[in-house]
Write a protein that binds this ligand. Structure first.
Ligand code: CO8
Length: 257
């Protein structure tokens, strides 16, 4: 399928999505979000795909919601349209999504990265929630996911002042998983995604679900969910294979069963 604002390809068992509005620093227009959601739907439905990488350009992962589009909207427009609700598609993807972030990840761009499972940052990455400088606040989960990710102090600093944090600070505060040289970003993100895609899919999907529960439920509920999921994996052929392969000192051959 041809998209207007993104480029899509497949590398081994990984779906690669590149945001591609270079003239607007990948500002997240209505069309871009529609394209992104369609590509995510397609990779979710494709059995050959085990993980997804989401990236932008070397200058910008995404510089936020498209301010030119937003400027034309009034309250009734955004309320009736439930503006931003459909941006949440990314957070409901069951397969792991690796964000490969170079350059600016601002506003909605930072929020998209926060919806991903691993965030690998290039050494030139800059994260920020500058909505306050526009007279707005984060609207796609930024105040909530950022607070759960890096805590209150750093979130207030970023959300109230609009200050950008560079890759080093982002790694120190736990906003990103790893920092790599910009020239290696996409290859390293693909390598991480390919490693995940080669594992047993039932265990990968359940691992993602279990970790996400930590952000949505009390500890006792999360522990119970983890235990149920852990028990259920003993019903899979892949868990038998994984344990047998370890004891036989050979690589496991997972069949996603
Ligand atoms: N929207 C639309 N166009 C943009 C955006 C954007 N977010 N960001 C950059 N552009 C455009 C510029 O207008 C410019 O276009 P043109 O050449 O036609 O003038 C082009 O991209 C290049 O930008 P700059 O010339 O500004 O490039 P610089 O390298 O000088 O600066 C910055 C880069 C610092 C990234 C700067 O462009 C900037 O500050 N951008 C805006 C960042 C921002 O405020 N983002 C937050 C937007 S609000 C948001 O994301 C809310 C999300 C949740 C949804 C809530 C809805 C209610």
């Amino acid at each position: 399928m041809a998209y207007e604002t993104i480029l899509v390809e497949t590398r081994d068992a990984v779906g690669l999505i590149r945001l591609n509005r270079p003239k607007a620093l990948n500002a997240l227009s209505r069309q871009l979000i529609a394209d992104l959601n369609a590509a995510l739907d397609a990779f979710e439905a494709d059995d050959a795909i085990g993980a997804i990488v989401l990236t932008g350009s070397e200058k910008a992962f995404a510089a936020g919601a498209d301010i030119k589009e937003m400027q034309a909207l009034g309250y009734v427009d955004v309320f009736l349209d439930d503006f931003v609700a459909h941006w949440e598609r990314l957070s409901r993807v069951r397969k792991p999504v690796v964000a490969a972030v170079a350059g600016f990840a601002l506003g909605g761009g930072c929020e998209l990265a926060l919806m991903c499972d691993l965030v690998i940052a290039a050494d030139n990455a800059k994260f920020g929630q500058p909505e306050i400088t526009l007279g707005l606040i984060p609207g796609a989960g930024g105040s909530q996911r950022l607070a759960r990710s890096v805590g209150k102090a750093k979130t207030m600093d970023m959300v109230l002042t609009g200050r950008m944090v560079d890759a080093t600070e982002a790694e120190r505060i736990g906003l990103v998983s790893r920092v790599v040289p910009a020239a290696e970003l996409v290859e390293q993100a693909l390598a991480a995604a390919q490693k995940i895609a080669a594992l047993s899919r039932p265990s990968v999907l359940m691992a993602k679900e279990a970790v996400n529960r930590a952000f949505e439920s009390p500890l006792s509920e999360g522990i119970r969910t983890e235990r149920r999921l852990f028990h259920s994996l003993f019903a899979t052929e892949d868990a038998r294979e994984g344990m047998a392969a370890f004891l036989d000192k050979r690589p496991a051959a997972f069949r996603n069963r």
